[in-house]
Ligand binder design. Sequence first.
Ligand SMILES: Cc1cc2nc3c(=O)[nH]c(=O)nc-3n(C[C@H](O)[C@H](O)[C@H](O)COP(=O)(O)O)c2cc1C
Length: 200
Amino acid sequence: MIVTRLIFIIFLVSGICGAQGSMDESDNILIVYLSRTNNTKVVAEMIHEKVGGDLVALELKNPYPADYQSIVKQVAEENRTGFLPPLKTKVDVDKYDTIFLGFPTWGMQLPPPVKSFLTRYDFEDKTVIPFNTNAGYGIGSSFRTVESLCSDCNILEGFSVTGGIERDGIYLAIKGKRKVEVRELLMEWLENLKPLTIKN
Ligand SMILES: Cc1cc2nc3c(=O)[nH]c(=O)nc-3n(C[C@H](O)[C@H](O)[C@H](O)COP(=O)(O)O)c2cc1C
């Protein structure tokens, strides 16, 4: 079983990295992301340029407040109560075998809208590949939560880079020279995708 999964993943990775946006091979790839200040969006667009597929931004039925302290407070409360904010975005997940899932770190956790997304759809046997931007404090528990909310999918090792620091008024940071650096790191990751966990 382990060997079969490994062979599958090697096959998948060679397929993705060879795809370069070609229609046939990338038809079953979804790149879905949550982004408030566009850092994760920029990374999602770079992945899209490389692998093709469909690019979808997660939007909420009731958008978060623009004010930073207000959103921090609301997210902390949603994390505390387990509230899953309803999504405006609808995705036909059945169409896809491979899903790149992008999000910022919020309160050292997976943002509630991404928990909503993973809870709402069935990802059984799909390959899920997380990617993240954060203010320099890392992924927190976010990748672990992706694993636990998606226990019946194949999760590949994720990608994480420092993006903006909204708290300090730094919004889109992945631009200019930093964008070039992030693209290099991203391409290296994409070419070496490997399983995060191998389940029996
Ligand atoms: C509500 C909220 C909570 C955040 N919490 C964290 C955190 O716990 N750790 C961290 O490193 N960055 C945190 N950040 C910063 C974002 O992760 C960082 O700016 C990221 O690059 C934003 O991505 P985006 O531009 O795609 O929205 C937080 C930002 C927001 C809005």
